[in-house]
Ligand binder design. Structure first.
Ligand code: OFO
Length: 168
């Protein structure tokens, strides 16, 4: 049985994943507006992935017989100012979410809730993947010139993003 505080923490994390989905959604719309259809496609795919994370937590709460609380999702932050900045913001967001995941792991450890601890390990691994993916993309851009990327490099990067694997 879930304790009240774990139930609350899981609901908070569920909303955080929904928030992540909104962030990718808004950055995707921004990228598309700039003409970067490949990057937009990648970001929209990722928005869906974040929604799946949200559902994963929701299903776990229900499975444990606890209460799901669907609450308001905070607005995403301001649009990026460049493609480079977009992935910097993505990376920062993922680091922030990793912290939230670790907090939940710590909480489950403190409460000796081993089922939740075990459930959260999937998220621990997923965050490593997500941080690595964002770092790899930033590295790729750095090689291509970072903020000073030529339009040619930008074109190729965008085209590659259309079909880039979402897994690392
Ligand atoms: Fe849900 O992994 Fe990103 O935020």
């Amino acid at each position: 049985r879930l304790s009240k505080s774990i139930e609350t923490a899981l609901n908070t994390q569920m909303t955080k994943e929904a928030h992540a989905s909104q962030i990718y959604l808004s950055y995707g719309a921004w990228a598309d507006k700039q003409g970067f259809g490949g990057i937009a496609n990648f970001l929209f795919r990722h928005a869906q992935e974040e929604r799946n994370h949200m559902m994963k937590i929701l299903e776990y709460i229900l499975k444990r017989g606890a209460e799901v609380e669907v609450s308001a999702i905070p607005a995403p932050p301001e649009n990026p100012v460049s493609i480079n900045n977009c992935f910097e913001k993505v990376f920062e967001h993922e680091v922030d979410n990793t912290k939230a995941v670790y907090k939940l792991v710590k909480k489950s450890l403190d409460e000796e809730d081993w089922a939740t601890w075990d459930f959260m390990q999937w998220f621990v691994k997923e965050q490593v993947e997500e941080e690595t993916l964002a770092m790899n993309l930033l590295d790729k851009m750095k090689i291509a010139g970072g903020e000073k990327m030529s339009s040619n490099a930008m074109y190729t990067f965008d085209r590659d993003m259309e079909n880039i694997s979402d897994e690392v």
